[in-house]
Design a protein around this ligand. Structure first.
Ligand code: TRP
Length: 370
């Protein structure tokens, strides 16, 4: 096992598209803070291409193409490859083996109860079309991801809590049957409510490529402006500026809750000290939606501007990105390979770890003769 009391992070994303603001406030921003806190002994960030294939089996090209998008998004938000180990799931065969063992420790009934999987099955139409076994079992593979790195902390969005819960159950079951072997992980989700579940720009529950309601980290200033002006609604009852406005379900304010800081007010809207003052004026009446939208645009654009620039820089040096990934994979292969060996030892299936089994078998056969 890794040294006792080590603090290890593992987190991952499916490479099915560029990462967006939901990923950013829900997880990426926190990862960078954790990375720079110096509190962790090891940080691993994985591109979960195998998991992405569980519902994209007929479109492997999409996954292949988006690996570079996700790595660029990581590097551009400040994931530092000298501090965080970036790797690709499919290049780590230990994860496949662990998944296979863990599948014996969970029932189909338990998997069917996982609320996130349930919602995703519905969303993808798998109820009618037929449900791929691999997709159904992906929480098990995710448990392999987490435990292979001995992760103690898994920073994720709120929708991933059921995965961590399942991982913990599998870990406990494994340790009970085979002896203390796996580390029990803990989820870390954002404290801020708006950050935990950022809706799409159209107010729908989640940002999703197919709904066209995303703002991507790599979007241009113009695209951001269009998404805010054309798709974001405010308070439908706020017809005249003098009318009192409502905050509930008001997407502009949900986004301000998630992104704006007092510094943004000082820079872009110095008439107000902070969001409370702005909200106050809005609900009192006399504050126009246009002012709020323009401020939100400034907040988002100033957040994304440095990310965009950094992305541009890395995009012009893909050779270096390749080297970063390759080095990350090598480290990850070693870490996950060690865990697999430990697991196989606990399960007593480490037949060829050394020759000691020869003696064991000989004794067994001799005793049987008697
Ligand atoms: N299921 C996660 C998502 O869709 C991605 C993921 C794969 C993950 N393996 C993981 C997250 C391990 C945390 C830990 O976002």
């Amino acid at each position: 096992m890794s040294e006792p009391n080590q603090k290890i992070i593992l987190t991952a994303d499916r490479p099915t598209g560029r990462l967006h603001l939901g990923h950013y406030v829900g997880s990426l921003k926190r990862r960078v803070e954790l990375q720079n806190s110096g509190e962790f002994d090891q940080i691993n960030i994985m591109i979960a291409d195998d998991q992405a294939l569980t519902d994209n089996a007929d479109n492997p090209g999409k996954i292949r193409d988006n690996i570079i998008n996700v790595v660029l998004d990581y590097l551009s938000v400040g994931i530092d490859p000298t501090k965080s180990n970036i790797c690709v799931q499919s290049t780590l065969p230990a994860l496949h083996a662990l998944t296979f063992y863990y599948m014996n420790l969970v029932t189909t009934a338990r998997l069917a109860r996982n609320p996130t999987v349930k919602a995703e099955i519905q969303l993808r139409g798998f109820e009618d079309e037929g449900l791929p076994v691999g997709f159904f079992a992906y929480p098990v593979s995710q448990t392999a991801d987490i435990t292979a790195f001995d992760a103690t902390v898994v920073p994720v969005g709120e929708d991933q809590l059921p995965m961590i819960e399942q991982a913990r159950e599998i870990v406990e079951r494994f340790n009970r049957i085979y002896g203390e072997t796996l580390v029990l992980p803990t989820a870390l989700i954002p404290e801020n409510d708006a950050q935990r579940r950022l809706p799409g720009v159209d107010g729908k529950a989640k940002m999703s490529k197919s709904l066209g309601n995303c703002i991507y980290l790599s979007d241009s200033a113009k695209t951001i402006k269009n998404q805010i002006n054309r798709k974001m609604f405010t308070d439908p009852q706020h017809l005249r500026i003098e009318d009192p406005g409502h905050l509930e379900g008001n997407v502009v304010f949900t986004y301000l809750d998630a992104f704006c800081t007092d510094e943004h007010f000082a820079e872009f809207l110095p008439e107000y000290k902070n969001l409370d003052e702005l909200k106050d004026h809005y609900t009192r009446g006399g504050l126009g939606d246009g002012t709020c939208k323009k401020f939100l645009y400034n907040v988002l654009n100033s957040t994304l501007e440095p990310i965009r620039q950094e992305r541009e820089k890395w995009a012009n040096d893909i050779d270096s990105v390749y080297d970063i990934l390759k080095a990350g994979n090598e480290k990850a292969r070693e870490i996950t390979g060690n865990t697999l060996a430990r697991v196989q030892k606990s399960m007593r299936i480490d037949y060829f770890a050394d020759r000691s089994i020869v003696k064991e078998w000989e004794t067994l056969l001799k005793n049987a003769e008697k």
